[in-house]
Design a protein around this ligand. Structure first.
Ligand code: TMP
Length: 209
């Protein structure tokens, strides 16, 4: 039915809020699947474990292909069947993460990553992508306050995270119809209100069709 992806740099708060978004939609009577990338499905979760393992050494292109392989598996076995059933799918990260992190952050090239994903993913793209905006500096502070261990990507230096943020800004300006920005530095209830507004708009547009 409707496919929503959530994007942002590490520490942007999107994962915490994703559960609240799901609950709000369920309360409004919708069928909702909240899933994540890399992951959301047994093989893709296994690829997540490998790609985020701090002890694994992976070249930039191999890293790109692992993320895209996990995405293809997840898309075909979980996302597309759910959309066909009329479920609202909320995915914590999707194709824009690969463009920002690998395309820009790892210097693979945004155009090459877009071409690869167009070939591999086909026509199923998010109807709405919400970018949780927070500066890399603020995000870093949030990450340092976290209790859990940081993963292979999170442990990258500040320069990498700044490049990823820049990559996202390029994606936002090139896809302004699809990618909407919310201010993730605001109190969580205000962020949630901004998100609900965006989702309600997409749902009511869909009803008109
Ligand atoms: P998460 O912490 O949001 O679950 O995401 C896992 C990490 O993987 C995060 O640092 C972002 C990174 N990532 C990529 O580099 N490329 C991708 O395509 C995806 C989905 C995630």
């Amino acid at each position: 039915m409707i496919f929503i992806s959530l994007e942002g740099i590490d520490g942007s708060g999107k994962t915490t809020i994703s559960k609240m978004i799901k609950n709000n939609l369920i309360q409004k009577g919708h069928k909702v699947l909240l899933t994540r990338e890399p992951g959301g499905e047994p093989l893709a979760e296994e690829l997540r474990r490998i790609v985020l393992d701090k002890n694994t050494s992976i070249t930039p292109w191999a890293e790109t292909l692992l993320y895209v392989a996990a995405r293809k598996q997840h898309l075909e076995s979980i996302i597309i069947p759910a959309l066909k059933e009329g479920t609202i799918v909320i995915c914590d990260r999707f194709m824009d993460s690969t463009s920002a992190y690998q395309g820009y952050g790892r210097n693979i090239g945004m155009a090459d990553v877009t071409e690869l994903q167009n070939i591999v993913l086909g026509a199923t793209k998010p109807d709405l992508t919400i970018f949780f905006d927070i500066t890399p500096k603020e995000a870093q502070i949030r990450l340092l306050n976290r209790k859990r261990n940081i993963d292979r990507l999170e442990q990258e230096d500040q320069k990498f995270h700044e490049a990823v943020y820049e990559g996202y800004q390029m994606l936002i300006s090139e896809n302004s119809d699809r990618i909407k920005v919310v201010d993730s530095r605001k109190p969580i209830n205000e962020v949630l209100q901004q998100v609900d507004f965006l989702i309600d708009n997409v749902l009511s547009e869909r009803m008109k069709k």
